[in-house]
Ligand binder design. Structure first.
Ligand code: BG6
Length: 520
């Protein structure tokens, strides 16, 4: 391990060219703090930020929810989440003790104005006692139906304004969690409601895929190297596949999921954001506005299907009983709180087209599913073949096309596959891999996406968040699909066995172009 000038050893948590930024003291307020998100994601992320030395000592947390709980009970609640889900375990007790001193809990009905007044008084007191200087970051960890009400109460109580409305200093920001609406119309309503209480620069819409290290590396891969960008277009790329496959089922969220489905849950947010980062033009600067502008252009250029086109570009599926990694999985319809005749899709595959100079004619195949054979998220590029086939003539098998696969998770890395001569007499060509793996190239683990994004929000950096226009535009692309399915015009629900790669009907999207899904 190298040593920094001046003899100081490098901090292993801060390897590489990362710019270190420490947020100002602030209070992180979790609205709906007793839910699953807090234990699974928020508490472990905040703890790991503390452990890495990224948070100032004044940093404070207030849980705000209906359930009656003491500060001590809330701390214990967070601690169980960290013990169970933190990427760094066992928990460092010294770090936890110092983190825990700044954790409090405010019980109150989220529809009761008095609860917000009490919250406001508590935040003022924390500002005085702990020196958080009026800086507040609200996280809306509430169920989607409650979000508008919480937003309007934050506004009415003055809490949405900078300085808590008390005319003092300090900033106020709000992190809004998925889902961003249920369709285009409800998303626009939600955006308007938030806009009535918060200025655009206060709002941080979290799409945790944008916080994943491998997704953030995608822009660096494209624009930080001279090698790839010249071939990142229709002249060299024949097709693109994006896969977000999960082995889990609905994980006890049957009620939510049955009203949501894979298209709303994963495609509207994660998949379209991955696609936008993959396909965007180079931004003028690597800054929030420029990135959002460029991603917005990609989303605007994606062809919006007509109702008649939907069955040609979309396939939906639902899993039936099967085996995933040696475990028996019940059919989706047998999950608790799922309708026994549910038509909700747990799998979706789409063929998308981007009508732009860079991408015209290049099909983008995307697929996502629950209870699939493996957990894997990747973006794979298939390159065109050389203009003249010098090899693979005379009945020899045709050479495979070159592939570049960006493995987002779990086996993070980038793979390039190309043809090479097999050693020995004769001329046999076989595809080989050039493989970059995070695990062997770097000595530190990737942070969880929530760590990166919560820190960015505390720093006021919206680069890796989703702007309103992207949300609206994503729904514009997908609303026709949802409408066609709802009216029975978009093709049936195809069943697939849990533990498979989805319904064979999805192959039909690729076959006319001579393509096939990657075997992962
Ligand atoms: C969430 C979805 O946004 O992403 C879940 O609501 C899904 O249904 C999850 O399981 C997947 O996230 P990750 O980081 O595990 O790929």
């Amino acid at each position: 391990m190298s040593t920094l000038p001046g003899g100081a050893p490098p901090n292993p948590l801060r390897e590489g060219l990362r710019l270190e930024r420490m947020p100002e003291p602030c209070t992180f307020v979790i609205c709906g703090a007793t839910g699953d998100l807090t234990r699974r994601k928020l508490a472990p992320a905040l703890y790991n930020l503390m452990l890495g030395g990224y948070l100032p000592p004044e940093f404070s947390v207030v849980g705000f929810a209906r359930r009656q709980m003491s500060d001590e009970e809330f701390r214990a609640h967070l601690r169980t989440g960290i013990d169970e889900f933190s990427r760094n375990r066992p928990v460092n007790d010294a770090v936890w003790d110092s983190f825990a001193t700044g954790i409090e809990y405010q019980a109150g009905n989220l529809d009761d104005p008095e609860a917000y007044a009490a919250l406001s008084a508590r935040l003022d007191r924390i500002d005085r006692d702990r020196g958080t200087t009026g800086n507040r970051l609200f996280n809306l960890a509430v169920q989607p139906s409650l979000a508008p009400e919480v937003i309007s109460h934050l506004g009415a109580s003055g809490l949405a304004r900078h300085g808590g409305g008390a005319g003092r200093g300090g900033w106020t920001r709000v992190i809004v969690e998925k889902p961003f609406g249920f369709d285009g119309a409800s998303a626009r309503t939600l955006i308007r409601q938030i806009g009535e209480e918060f200025e655009p620069e206060q709002v941080f819409r979290i799409d945790h895929y944008l916080g994943k290290e491998t997704v953030q590396n995608l822009a660096v891969f494209r624009f930080g190297n001279g090698l790839f960008e010249p071939i990142w277009n229709r002249r060299y790329i024949e097709s693109v596949q994006i896969t977000v496959a999960e082995t889990v089922g609905v994980e006890g969220r049957g009620e939510f999921y049955d009203q949501t489905g894979a298209l709303r849950d994963i495609v509207q947010s994660h998949v379209l954001q991955l696609l936008a980062v993959f396909a965007m033009e180079p931004p003028v600067e690597f800054a929030a506005r420029d990135l959002h502008d460029e991603k917005g252009k990609v989303l605007r250029a994606i062809h919006r299907p007509t109702p008649d086109e939907v069955s040609q570009m979309a396939v939906r599926g639902q899993y039936v009983a099967g085996w995933v990694a040696g475990n028996k999985v019940a059919a989706y319809r047998d999950e608790p709180e799922v309708a026994p005749d549910s038509e909700t899709e747990t799998y979706v595959a789409l063929k998308l087209a981007i009508d732009s100079w860079r991408w015209a004619g290049v099909p983008f195949f995307v697929r996502t599913g629950k209870a699939m054979a493996a957990r894997v998220t990747e973006i794979a590029v298939q390159f065109r073949r050389p203009p003249l086939a010098l090899f693979g003539r005379d009945g020899a098998p045709a050479m495979e096309p070159n592939i570049l696969a960006i493995r987002v998770q779990p086996d993070e890395g980038i793979l390039i596959r190309f043809g090479a001569k097999v050693p020995g007499p004769g001329l046999t060509i076989r595809s080989v891999n050039m493989d970059f793996r995070y695990g062997s190239s770097f000595t530190v683990d990737s942070p969880d996406a929530y760590e990166t994004l919560l820190l960015d929000a505390m720093l006021g950096d919206a680069t890796h968040f989703t702007r309103d226009d992207a949300v609206e535009r994503s729904w514009d692309i997908l609303d026709p699909v949802l409408e066609a399915w709802a009216s029975g015009r978009g093709g049936p629900v195809h069943f697939y066995g849990a533990g498979s790669w989805g319904p064979p009907a999805a192959d039909g999207l690729l076959e006319p172009g001579g393509f096939s899904w990657r075997r992962l």
